[in-house]
Design a protein around this ligand. Structure first.
Ligand code: COI
Length: 353
């Protein structure tokens, strides 16, 4: 399918790449492709970035019929641009689509839209260390009718923006609050899908945590309110007595691509990685006995982010003396090294544009 390109007549001023705030500076163009039941995907196009015409009755506005992905394009030392595991994001999006009854997007079409948009916006891919072009593909249900049914008309859209660190702390450890009132997801719900409603459910707790001085919340399972699931925008890992622990993919935890990549790297380095049920009590007990050596989050936006403090009810523990731990730093260096093309890519994760 040929992608029609309509160029913007005036181009925006690009932001200073040494002071990028995550997700604020959208580029000049976006990619859109329509889907209609009976016709399939049609009219792929790149058009000037701008507001979407949307019927006020569109299902996305009422029933959160929306799924999304997060990925990045990286500028390498020789000035070229590369993506990291883009096919994994598309496969995950199709998993999310299946969960909320949206159509499957063919891998070739999604990849063509993403790569063409990044090519059109190549001057927006920043050169500064630790910066990249964040890519946000999303799919919305547009049927203008208030009945609760899956839409027959859907759009897959891609927008992009240059980004630096997700947290203002950068690589300094973040403080995380273990949420004990709200839950993000339950088994059988949509926790493993990347759908907007999951993030709406997280806003109240995130807001309260922020007001109390925490960067994000750590979610517990919705049934026992006991087992660790994930942090607001990242999966979570712990190093306890030399072993790496991370919650297993139990149906309500997001199958993070950075999570997967970190597990692979840790195994390559000979670590035991246990993917299993982990209670918050186990982690607090490990912190109190000195067995908890490191904790960090993983995500496309957050990359590998050290956790320096965990708080739950009236308990508070410091992790790794509130410093980035050795494994956290090694994972950050190796993963970002692969992403920016500074180190070898033994698992074939990179796709060059
Ligand atoms: C990402 O890491 O790309 C995400 O999608 C998290 C997002 C909610 C900021």
């Amino acid at each position: 399918m040929e992608i029609k390109i309509t160029r913007a007549t005036t181009l925006k001023e690009k932001p200073d790449s040494s002071a990028l705030v995550f997700g604020k500076a959208m580029t000049d163009h976006m990619f859109i492709v329509d889907y209609d039941a009976g016709q399939g995907w049609h009219d792929p196009r790149i058009i000037p970035y701008g507001p979407l015409p949307i019927d006020p009755a569109a299902k996305v506005l009422h029933y959160a019929e929306e799924i999304f992905e997060g990925m990045k394009a990286y500028r390498t030392a020789d000035g070229s641009i590369q993506l990291f595991r883009p096919r994994d994001n598309i496969a995950r999006m199709n998993g999310s689509a299946e969960r909320v009854c949206m159509p499957q997007i063919p891998e070739a079409l999604a990849l063509a839209g993403i790569t063409k948009l990044v090519e059109v916006e190549r001057d927006w891919v920043p050169y500064e260390k630790d910066t990249s072009l964040y890519i946000r593909p999303f799919m919305i249900g547009l049927d203008p009718a208030l009945g609760v049914h899956a839409s027959q008309h859907v759009q897959f859209i891609v927008i992009v923006c240059p980004v630096g660190a997700y947290y203002p702390e950068g690589l300094d450890p973040v403080k995380i609050y273990v949420e004990d009132r709200d839950v993000r997801a339950v088994k059988g719900g949509t926790g493993m899908a990347k759908t907007g409603g999951n993030y709406a459910a997280s806003l109240r707790a995130g807001d309260m945590a922020e007001k109390a001085g925490y960067s994000q919340v750590l979610w517990l399972d919705g049934v026992h309110r006991k087992y660790i699931e994930e942090v607001g925008s990242m999966n979570v890992m712990f190093k306890v007595s030399g072993k790496i622990l991370t919650p297993d993919l139990n149906g309500s935890v997001l199958d993070g691509i950075t999570r997967r990549s970190c597990i692979q790297l840790l195994k390559d380095w000979g670590y035991d990685v246990e993917e299993r049920r982990i209670s918050a009590d186990e982690i607090f007990a490990a912190a109190e006995s000195g067995a908890l050596e490191e904790a960090w989050g993983t995500g496309t936006a957050a990359v590998v982010s050290p956790i320096g403090e965990l708080a739950m009810k009236d308990k508070k523990v410091t992790v790794s003396n509130n410093q980035i731990g050795e494994i956290t730093q090694r994972l950050y260096d190796e993963l970002t090294g692969i992403q920016w093309g500074r180190v070898a890519d033994p698992h074939d994760w990179i796709m060059k544009l």
